[in-house]
Design a protein. Structure first.
Length: 138
């Protein structure tokens, strides 16, 4: 499995966003400068991350972007899913899809959901604070 470039860039962008303390506001241009990503890419990602409820967009003179929740409560799984959609290693994991030629006779299909859940669980165990190397007060 390999993440798309856009999912990778979303992780980089959210890591930079998390390094802005507390309720700090920042712009897409700031995140682009901090990460080295092109501004249009960061703007596109910001839209997806806002839609997923990971970033908040504030309008007005004091507007900008900010984390929608504390960084410790945002996971790698959520960031990836904001860009890629639900994590699914194979189409077999999606019970509504029936486009596999082996569907009726595949002995492995019942096991893919276990593997998929393990992968998603592992990604859900990685908080944004770890990715951004932020120390959390105990």
């Amino acid at each position: 499995m390999r993440l798309s470039n856009l999912a990778d860039y979303a992780v980089v962008t959210m890591s930079a966003a998390a390094r802005h303390p507390g309720p700090a506001r920042f712009s897409a241009a700031q995140l682009a400068a901090e990460t080295g990503l092109p501004l249009p890419t960061v703007q596109k990602l910001a839209g997806k991350l806002v839609a997923a409820g990971l970033l908040r967009s504030l309008r007005g003179a004091c507007g900008g972007l900010q984390l929608a929740r504390p960084a410790a409560s945002i996971t790698l799984a959520e960031i990836v899913e904001a860009v890629e959609g639900p994590i699914a290693l194979t189409t077999c994991v999606d019970a509504s899809r029936h486009d596999c030629a082996l569907e009726g006779s595949c002995a492995v299909r019942p096991h893919w959901s276990v593997v998929n859940d393990a992968l998603r669980g592992a990604l859900a165990e990685v908080p944004l604070t770890r990715l951004a190397r932020i120390e959390v007060a105990a």
